[in-house]
Design a protein around this ligand. Structure first.
Ligand code: SF4
Ligand code: SF4
Length: 349
C-alpha cells in the first residue's frame, strides 16, 4: 500500500478539485445544533469537518437514504414501471473506520441473492475517503475489531505532525491523487499515524467482556428472560437505536398514487424492529408483540443470526444506539450484563 503526506492546504486542494467535478457528502456541523455533526451534501470544502467524534445518523444514508423513491408506475396491461436509480458519481468523505466496516457489512448483506440493486448501484458511483477518529465513552470499536477498518475506502487520512497521512487503497484512490501536490510518506510519518491509532485505542474505555462466539452461544441457549424483561421495562419502542445504526438494513415500502389512482411512485423508508407493528402480519397477528421480545430480537439479530450467516456480528461498536437511547439502554452494557448473568447461572448449576 502506498502512503503520501498532504499538508492541510494540499488536502483542501484535493477536496476543491474533487468538488469541481462531482458532488461531495461529508460530515459538517449542524446549523441547528452546534457541536453536533451530520453527513450532508457540502457546498464548499470549508464545510467539511474531519475532526469530529461521530454523527447521529451514519453515512450509509449516502447509499440507502432514509426515504427514497424506487420507481414510478402506471397501471395498465401491461403496467409500466420506470426504475429511478441515480448514476452521478459522488465523493463520500470523512468516513470513520467503524463506518467503513458497516458499509462493508451492508455490501455483504445486500449482495445476497436476489441482491439489492439500488444499494449496489449507489455504491458503484462513490469514491470513499476515510478518516481517523476521536472516540468518546460510547465507542467500543476495539472490542468489535473495527477500530482500524479500512475497506471499502479508496483513500484513508490520519492526522500526523506534517498534516495528513494519506493511504491509497484502490486504483480509484490513486487516480484521485494524480496532479495533487504531495510528499511520499517517510518512516516518521508512518510512526506518527501509528501513534495516533495507539492513543485512540487507549481512549476507548468501553469494552466487551466476552468474545463473539461465546456471546452467540449464550443467545442460542435462550433463557435470561428476566433480564430481557428488565431492559424492556425501560425501553420506549421508539426505534432510535435502529435508525441511528450503521448496520441496520431493514426497510418498509409504500405506494403514493396520484389523484387519478392510475399511476404513482413506490417509496422505501428505513424501518425498525423495535416498533410494535414491525412484525405484524395478516389478521393482526404479531409474532413479536411483546416489547421484551423485540428488545431481545435486536441482540439476537446482530450477534446470533447475522453473526452465523456472515461470520461477523452486525455491530461495529460505534455506540450510536447507546448515545441515541433516551432510556439509557447501552449496547455494550447489555452484552456484558448478559455475559455476567450467564456466567453466574453456570456457576450455580
Ligand atoms: S432507542 Fe432505546 S428506548 Fe428507543 S427503542 Fe431503542 S432501546 Fe428502546
Ligand atoms: S448496534 Fe449500536 S453500537 Fe452496534 S453498530 Fe449499531 S448503532 Fe453502533
Amino acid at each position: 500500500m502506498q502512503s503520501f503526506v498532504l499538508s492541510s492546504e494540499q488536502l483542501n486542494v484535493l477536496f476543491e478539485t474533487l468538488m469541481a467535478k462531482m458532488p461531495m457528502m461529508g460530515p459538517k456541523q449542524r446549523s441547528d445544533q452546534p457541536g453536533f455533526y451530520h453527513f450532508d451534501w457540502l457546498k464548499s470544502p470549508g464545510e467539511l469537518v474531519l475532526h469530529y467524534t461521530t454523527t447521529t445518523i451514519p453515512p450509509k444514508k449516502a447509499f440507502f437514504p432514509p426515504v427514497e423513491t424506487m420507481f414510478s408506475f402506471k397501471l395498465g396491461d401491461p403496467p409500466e414501471l420506470t426504475h429511478i436509480i441515480e448514476d452521478t458519481p459522488f465523493v463520500l468523505a470523512g468516513v470513520h473506520p467503524c463506518d467503513l466496516a458497516a458499509i462493508k457489512a451492508l455490501d455483504d448483506a445486500y449482495s445476497v441473492p436476489p441482491a439489492d440493486k439500488r444499494w449496489l448501484a449507489n455504491r458503484r458511483r462513490a469514491i470513499i475517503i476515510g478518516s481517523d477518529c476521536l472516540p468518546d465513552e460510547y465507542c467500543f470499536c476495539t472490542s468489535m475489531n473495527t477500530a482500524d477498518a479500512r475497506l471499502p475506502c479508496d483513500l484513508f487520512l490520519t492526522p500526523i505532525d506534517r498534516g495528513w497521512l494519506c493511504e491509497v487503497h484502490t486504483d480509484a484512490g490513486k487516480n484521485v491523487l494524480k496532479n495533487i501536490q504531495k510528499d511520499t510518506a517517510q518512516k516518521k510519518d508512518i510512526e506518527d499515524a501509528s501513534q495516533w491509532r495507539l492513543q485512540k485505542a487507549e481512549k476507548i474505555s468501553t469494552k466487551l467482556n466476552i468474545n463473539f462466539e461465546a456471546f452467540a452461544k449464550i443467545l442460542e441457549a435462550g433463557g435470561l428472560t428476566p433480564i430481557w424483561k428488565e431492559i424492556a421495562d425501560r425501553c420506549y419502542s421508539c426505534g432510535s437505536c435502529n435508525t441511528t445504526c450503521p448496520t441496520c438494513f431493514c426497510f418498509n415500502k409504500y405506494d403514493e398514487f396520484d389523484t387519478t389512482l392510475t399511476s404513482g411512485i413506490r417509496k422505501r423508508v428505513w424501518d425498525s424492529c423495535q416498533l410494535p407493528e414491525f412484525a405484524m402480519v395478516a389478521g393482526e397477528h404479531n409474532f413479536r408483540g411483546e416489547r421484551w421480545e423485540r428488545v431481545k430480537h435486536r441482540w439476537h439479530r446482530k450477534f446470533l443470526y447475522l453473526f452465523r450467516q456472515f461470520k461477523r456480528p452486525y455491530c461495529t461498536g460505534c455506540g450510536r444506539c447507546s448515545r441515541a437511547c433516551t432510556a439509557d439502554i447501552n449496547m455494550a452494557d447489555v452484552i456484558n450484563q448478559l455475559a455476567a448473568a450467564s456466567e453466574k447461572e453456570r456457576s450455580h448449576a
